[in-house]
Design a protein. Sequence first.
Length: 177
Amino acid sequence: MTVVIGLLGVVLGGLLGAVGSYVTTRSGLLMQLEHAYDVTLRDRRLDRYERLFHVSRCVPRYWPEGEEPSRADLVRFRKEFHDWYFGEEAGGMYLTPAAKELYLALQNALFDGIGTGTAADTEEAGDSPVSAADSEAVRRCASELRHQLVEDVGVAQPPRMRWARVGRTEAPGGRAS
């Protein structure tokens, strides 16, 4: 009887060990796969977001005096954003839901700024100036989109590891600036 109990303990211990190893190995592999996917997505998203960030330079935070856009400029800006979204790199496919919402709000603001909705191209839009309200709406939407892009890729965050933080720059004379 002692032999049977000992044998049963060995078998049961082996089974529990195998099940435990399976569960921990499987969960570890799933975490590795999810991490690899997240890293790949982040890298691809970063490339697309950099391009979109550069495309958005046509809509600065403030228009320089005398450089306010015309309706024809808004048509061109809208096309540049559209080309980024559906272009060869399929940038729109990589937008997070929050960034996509802001991107579409920007496209809508550009469309509203163009005018009646009949301006399909630059010639129809003309060189008439954009209203102050439409200009403000376009600039606000572009700014919000840029902030969301920065948040999505995490570049506005300080490093998470304390040892990786950059020290203060020493000013001439030994004083930190």
